[in-house]
Design a protein around this ligand. Structure first.
Ligand SMILES: [Zn+2]
Length: 376
């Protein structure tokens, strides 16, 4: 189930409700992607309240007031929880009755705030000595410094180091441990990827381990969920960046998604290899995405997955196209890094309707015949 608060927040962020909620504070102004204003919770004439532009949160760096918009309404106007919810729901045009349960909200809010604090520490760590190896790995993959910063990545010290936080230089509220404990299994040091819900709240973390399997050890997926939430397997990666998009690119892989997002030619979501792509794209539709273009990986498995997804989506009445990579490129990430943006744009223009693509490729990827693809 989509949390209704997630929906309310997403609608309000799209309407820039920050202007309504914080706009009357002294010195309110736009700063970067968010806003800055004088904090109403301590006496000060300097603007110290940071209001996020892409998620429903605020933070005062002078008095540490921090929370989401429900917190703000309750703390500033003395509303109770139900009144605060009703106010936001009405502003979003939703029916407020029984939409949000207070304990569930509190748990989600605490989680988002703590993970945000943890992510900030990990982002700082990536650019410090301890994150050197992770940063080097990213640079060696071909990403520019500007892209790495834009992706908002961090350095995860690994669960072993994490058990002794002082050793890795990251100090955190003790309650963060509880939020982290929901991740699955032991994770080695690596690049930390923030995974947000549709309203931009940080609800999950994924680590791309640096040292995968040693010799003679069984193969291991280098991507580990360090922190997960109930709706993660239903939420496309970066959905918060493309709500309401007329056309959305659908790719596999976190770094493919992050890179295309940085390139900014077209909104993009990631669906992962193991996840239920159709369920994820159903959620994207709920949040206003209208048409999708799948980018199949070059492997036989990648093609088969894309064919299956394209079929299911077309059956569900969605508008689906397929964009094929030219021969010789393993994935979109590699294509973008090795060619220029004009070629990416041309590739995008040449996308085919899913039905047409399936007719040509479908029979070859579902059977046991060797892979056959149309070249560009
Ligand atoms: Zn303050």
């Amino acid at each position: 189930m989509t949390s209704t608060l997630e929906t309310i927040y997403a609608l309000l962020i799209d309407a820039e409700y920050q202007l309504e909620l914080f706009g009357d504070l002294p010195s309110f102004s736009r700063r970067g992607t968010g806003f800055l204003a004088c904090c109403p919770f301590h006496r000060d004439s300097w603007p110290t309240l940071i209001v996020a532009g892409d998620r429903p949160e605020y933070f005062c760096y002078a008095c540490s007031a921090r929370g989401d918009w429900l917190d703000f309404l309750m703390a500033r106007y003395g509303l109770d929880f139900d009144q605060a919810v009703e106010r936001l729901a009405r502003a979003a045009g939703c029916s407020p009755a029984g939409l949000v349960e207070e304990n569930a909200w509190r748990a989600e809010r605490d989680r988002a705030v703590m993970l945000e604090a943890f992510m900030e520490a990990c982002m700082a760590a990536l650019w410090s000595e301890e994150g050197q190896e992770a940063l080097h790995w990213l640079v060696s993959r071909g990403y520019a410094t500007r892209e790495i910063r834009g992706m908002g990545l961090g350095f995860f010290p690994g669960h072993e180091e994490w058990a002794a936080p002082s050793a890795c230089g990251i100090s955190l509220p003790t309650s963060t441990g509880a939020a982290m404990a929901r991740g699955n299994e032991e994770t080695l040091p690596g690049v930390l990827i923030p995974y947000r819900d549709a309203s931009g709240r940080l609800m999950g973390l994924v680590c791309r381990e640096l040292s995968g399997t040693g010799e003679g050890m069984p193969a291991r997926d280098p991507y580990r969920a360090v922190a997960t939430w109930d709706d993660m397997d239903r939420t496309p990666f970066l959905l918060h960046r493309c709500r309401g998009a007329a056309e959305t690119l659908v790719v596999e892989g976190f770094f493919d998604t992050l890179l295309v997002d940085q390139v900014r030619l077209i909104p993009v979501v990631g669906i992962g290899r193991g996840g239920d792509a159709v369920r994820m794209l159903d959620k994207a539709v709920l949040f206003g995405c209208r048409s999708f273009t799948l980018v199949p990986g070059a492997s036989r498995e990648g093609l088969a997955r894309a064919a299956e997804t394209a079929r299911a989506m077309a059956e569900g009445g969605l508008d689906v196209h397929v964009m094929e990579l030219p021969k010789g490129y393993g994935d979109l990430d590699e294509f973008i890094r090795k060619t220029c943006l004009d070629r990416f744009g041309a590739l995008l223009k040449g996308r085919k309707r899913a039905g047409e693509w399936l007719e040509r490729v479908g029979p070859h990827v579902s059977g046991t015949t060797p892979r056959q693809r149309g070249g560009h």
